[in-house]
Write a protein that binds this ligand. Structure first.
Ligand SMILES: [Fe+2]
Length: 185
């Protein structure tokens, strides 16, 4: 019951993000998470839907990153911001300390993984990105940043998921060529 309430609250917050794909991306990350790990527990599911929540609260996106070589640092800060926001939200809903700490840790690690479950979350996030985000990202950030972003999202995938991405045919021809040129390099 709590899960549906918190999910609804997160889904009400996400459309405040400057990125128009935010809510769809959250839902797709959950979809991929469940595909990769059907027995994902509540903490992992909450982490999946809220991992990028900071953008909806602070409005900070990668467009604000002037020096793209600092992407890793930016991503760490983004993860910590999101982790703190979701942890406060869970406290408000009287979640147990155990679940709050688990969600916090998962969101903090969603960009780089490191543990079994944060690896699944990282993987689901990348697959959701390839599933939906690229045309929007390209429009907002231009070709060079998009290439780097695609490379980042692809490199962190496991072999099996890479195969899946290799087989995607993107409807948008420019996006399709862009993805193929990056991942075949
Ligand atoms: Fe994400």
């Amino acid at each position: 019951m709590n899960y549906n309430i918190i999910k609804k609250e997160i889904e009400d917050i996400l459309p405040n993000s400057p990125l128009e794909f935010e809510l769809a991306h959250s839902r797709l990350t959950l979809k991929w998470l469940i595909k990769l790990k059907p027995d994902a527990d509540e903490a992992l599911r909450i982490a999946a839907i809220s991992h990028d929540i900071d953008r909806a609260i602070t409005g900070i996106t990668e467009k604000d990153l002037k020096d793209f070589s600092k992407l890793d640092e930016f991503k760490k800060e983004h993860s910590i911001r999101s982790a703190n926001i979701i942890s406060d939200l869970l406290k408000k809903h009287n979640y147990s300390k155990k679940i709050i700490e688990k969600v916090k840790r998962l969101v903090e690690c969603h960009e780089f993984g490191g543990e079994k479950e944060s690896d699944v979350l990282k993987e689901a996030d990348s697959l959701a990105y390839f599933d939906y985000n690229i045309p929007f990202y390209l429009k907002r950030n231009g070709i060079e940043k998009t290439k780097k972003k695609i490379k980042f999202m692809y490199d962190r995938l496991s072999g099996q998921s890479k195969k899946f991405v290799n087989d995607i045919k993107f409807n948008d021809k420019e996006v399709n060529n862009l993805v193929k040129s990056v991942i075949n390099n």
